[in-house]
Design a protein around this ligand. Structure first.
Ligand code: PLP
Length: 358
């Protein structure tokens, strides 16, 4: 299977490790095992394949994140979850609408499968939210799947619950599946931390979640898909070929973390609120950068107000200051850069950018 270069991952592999100040990150400082309230029961965890699609304990903890009880399968991160959804649903020639900017999997995998992929671009003047009329026109009777990412990486926009319901109504008219990548769900900065999940409001809604962002445990490599029984059965059929099961230890730690998620949320919101405060203050005194402040998630998209390609801008900036930003071009958003506002040393890194620009 031929597939496009995964532009973000390629860029980060090259520049993240050598950065003095890494603002490309989407994670909120990962937790260590010591910070998790595990008990001696860890020593009794059998290191077999375990429950193939995830333990009952972990699936119950995942289900507690939703309003309704869902069919769930546990995967190798959200990256594994997304891929399994595409492999299970799509065939050559299917039409897929992907709302961008987003995680590149959401258009490059369908393209690699021979699907007809239509990109629907979010606009800054709409606060990085979809225009419902435009989206309605983009989705046709031929569309099989709509992909979205909510809260959105990189813009930090959060689809309001009423709007998600409207999107579900649009999809329902032509019987379209919706894959909602919800890896940042639970990180809303305004209103309730968790917005509506697509799986709770739409029968053909597929929710992908993960331990990586909201729960600060990307090293566990645990994600999941919640959706309709027939889809989960099909995913489990595909999954036999690339997963068997996830690690028993990852399963255990994920369950413990989700059962104790309040303390993780408390810690993470402290970091997020401080990050937003620093970003806002810096934007106020750095008018060259334009930004719609994020409503959730861990990233913001900034227009840097210069007529040079974003790859060049980021490369030069990193060479001169040691600060790594992610070029918008890697997310099909030329003219912009992504910043992870929960990154360590955010304030000094922003100061370096300000000096570099002046
Ligand atoms: C929107 C989105 N989906 C999926 C992933 C992959 O997450 P995971 O670490 O759970 O595989 C990322 C990682 O950055 C992401 O931002």
């Amino acid at each position: 299977m031929r597939i496009a270069e995964f532009k973000i991952e390629e860029w980060m592999n090259k520049y993240e490790a050598i950065a003095k100040y890494d603002l490309t990150t989407t994670c909120i400082s990962p937790l260590s095992i010591n910070e998790l309230p595990y008990s001696d029961e860890i020593f009794n965890v059998k290191l077999g394949y375990g429950d193939i699609t995830g333990s009952f304990r972990l699936k119950s903890a995942i289900n507690s994140l939703y309003k309704k009880e869902h069919n769930i399968t546990v995967t190798h991160g959200a990256i594994g979850a997304n891929q399994l959804v595409f492999l299970s649903l799509l065939e050559r020639g299917d039409e897929v609408v992907s709302i961008v900017p987003t995680y590149q999997q959401h258009y490059s995998i369908p393209e690699s499968l021979g699907c007809n992929v239509k990109l629907y671009f979010l606009k800054e003047e709409n606060n990085w939210l979809p225009d419902l009329e435009e989206l309605d026109k983009t989705i046709t009777s031929k569309t099989k799947l709509l992909c979205l990412n909510n809260p959105n990486n990189p813009t930090g926009s959060v689809i309001p619950d009423w709007m998600l319901e409207k999107i579900a109504e649009i999809a329902e008219r032509t019987n379209v599946w919706i894959l909602s990548d919800e890896v940042y769900r639970g990180l809303n900065l305004i209103g309730k931390p968790y917005s509506q999940s697509i799986a709770d409001i739409y029968p053909k809604g597929i929710s992908v979640g993960s331990m990586s962002k909201t729960y600060s445990l990307p090293g566990l490599r645990v994600g999941w898909v919640a959706g309709r029984a027939d889809l989960i059965n099909e995913i489990n059929h595909q999954r036999q070929y690339n997963t068997i099961s996830i690690s028993a230890l990852d399963d255990y730690f994920s369950a413990v973390a989700l059962e104790n998620r309040d303390f993780i949320a408390q810690r993470n919101f402290k970091i997020m609120n401080e990050g937003i405060r620093i970003l806002k203050e810096w934007l106020d005194k750095t008018p060259r950068f334009r930004c719609i402040l994020p409503k959730g998630g861990t990233t913001a998209l900034l227009n840097y107000g210069l007529n040079i390609p974003s790859r060049e801008f980021c490369k030069n900036l990193q060479e001169k200051t040691g600060v790594a930003l992610l070029p918008g071009e890697t997310m099909e958003m030329e003219g912009y850069v992504r910043i992870g506002f929960c990154a360590k040393n955010l304030a000094p890194a922003l100061e370096l950018i300000q000096n570099y620009m002046s």
